[in-house]
Design a protein around this ligand. Structure first.
Ligand code: DLL
Length: 434
């Protein structure tokens, strides 16, 4: 098999000067396109006193106004559409459950570029036309299924559009058709691994790699999935508004995700002051789409807390890297005044040998926050002896206090008692808002 390391080597390994020139040219086009075709955006620019001609290069990005999910919701559904509907061929939508959904529009050009971004991710995970790509992300309005499906077609892999659910059938197809690359959320990958083990099919699967994203997952969870499925697990990031999966993707180095910066220019800002922060700083990730035609968002605030770095990568790609998102500036939990990221709790659990099946329940009683973490035991941990369970809970509590600086109530629950997710896992129940 000829090992192809890059899908588009001229872009993925371009010298910085070449990338910068490309971004400069495309950015000028994108700003003018949005200004000319989206009245709401034109108003925003005018309110900030900016004209398209003021943005000559990526250095001028800071002059542009930000866009937020609320802007898109307020303008639902067509307010940020830059083309006539007759030129659009697809709609996708965010997975949010509260408020109005955000709908994203695509013309064929946008779909082609999105597919190419996902193709880069698949090739980076070792994919080629020799592979069977098993897509268990949801299909439909969610971008996971359609995105990886399109990417797999571009690579020329045999594509299994499984969608999520029906785990028994997933395992059957996986074994019968020899799936080699699995694409799904990390929580579903962990569940599939568990189910494959239970079905005694571990030796029958041919998986070599997984492309997992759409939700936060820890390094510890990665190691668990890799061990249990016998694969290399790659992270992939994206959001519906910026096209879907494939905004960034991991290479074999597994030290962050390369951003497809020929299409999406990233910035990191301080979420409170909105000031642009230098490379290496932790802050909120903002993207400017420079090639999208139907839904060309500029300076879109993702709310994902992240770090950007431009270090040399052993894979040969020169594309800027983003670290794994470390939580969100909007769903970070503040419990009794302490900032808590669910990923910190996951890290504690995985380090202590627990599976990533847990639920964080926050409430407010008598004006004081209550904070409980329910953690599922494995069959091996399960015991009838109360003393043993209490000792385990105490141990976890000590570890969590050290990590978080705050003490949750830790409750161990029976194996398989926390509902599994076929899509994004629900990890937090915050009753304080109700
Ligand atoms: O989750 C798109 C996607 C599908 C990405 C499949 C990767 C794989 P949305 O439903 O719009 O789109 O949710 C976007 O999910 O702002 C992040 O908070 C989170 N997210 C996405 N990928 C990752 C990741 C898709 N790899 C929101 N790690 C984003 C952590 C992620 N969080």
């Amino acid at each position: 098999m000829s090992e192809k390391r890059f899908y588009q080597p001229d872009i993925e390994t371009a010298a910085y000067e070449k990338m910068y020139a490309l971004q400069t040219e495309r950015l000028a086009w994108a700003v003018k396109h949005a200004y000319d075709n989206i009245p709401a955006y034109r108003e925003k620019m005018k309110a900030k006193g900016v004209e398209p001609g003021d943005v000559q290069s990526p250095e001028d990005l800071h002059k542009l106004p930000f866009l937020s999910k609320d802007d898109l919701r307020d303008a639902y559904p067509y307010g940020y559409l830059a083309l006539p509907l007759s030129e659009c061929v697809r709609i996708q939508s965010t997975s949010g459950t509260t408020g109005k959904r955000v709908v994203a529009f695509y013309n064929q050009h946008d779909i082609d570029l999105w597919d190419e971004c996902c193709a880069r991710a698949i090739v980076a995970a070792g994919g080629s036309n020799e592979d069977v790509v098993h897509v268990s992300y949801g299909y439909g309005l969610f971008t996971g299924g359609p995105g990886l499906n399109g990417g797999s077609h571009k690579v020329g892999s045999l594509t299994l559009p499984m969608s999520s659910g029906n785990t028994e059938r997933q395992i059957q197809f996986m074994t019968d058709l020899g799936s080699t690359i699995l694409c799904c959320t990390p929580s579903y990958a962990a569940f599939l691994a568990e189910s494959i083990q239970e079905a005694g099919k571990r030796d029958e699967i041919k998986l070599k790699a997984g492309i997992f994203g759409a939700e936060a997952w820890s390094e510890e969870m990665r190691r668990d999935i890799e061990r249990n499925l016998g694969i290399k697990a790659y992270d992939i990031y994206g959001l519906t508004e910026i096209s879907g999966p494939g905004v960034s993707f991991e290479c074999e180095e597994q030290t962050g995700m390369h951003v497809n910066e020929d299409h999406f220019i990233p910035e990191i800002i301080d979420p409170d002051t909105e000031e642009v922060l230098p490379l290496g700083s932790k802050g909120e990730l903002v993207f400017t789409c420079i090639t999208k035609q139907a839904f060309p968002l500029l300076r879109y605030r993702t709310r994902d807390i992240c770090i950007l770095t431009r270090d040399e990568c052993s894979c040969g790609r020169t594309l800027i890297k983003m670290h794994k998102p470390m939580g969100r500036s909007d769903d970070m939990l503040i419990i009794r005044g302490v900032n808590v990221f669910p990923s910190q709790i996951e890290t504690v659990l995985m380090n202590a040998g627990y599976p990533a099946n847990y639920l964080i329940i926050v409430d407010r009683v008598n004006h004081t926050d209550t904070f409980e973490v329910q953690v599922e035991m494995t069959d091996e941990m399960f015991s009838d002896e109360v003393k043993l369970i209490e000792a385990r809970e105490k141990d976890l509590l000590t570890r969590m206090r050290a990590m978080l600086g705050i003490s949750p109530k830790v409750t161990l629950v029976n194996p398989r008692s926390i509902a599994r997710s076929e899509g994004k896992a629900v990890r937090v129940i915050d009753n304080r808002k109700i």
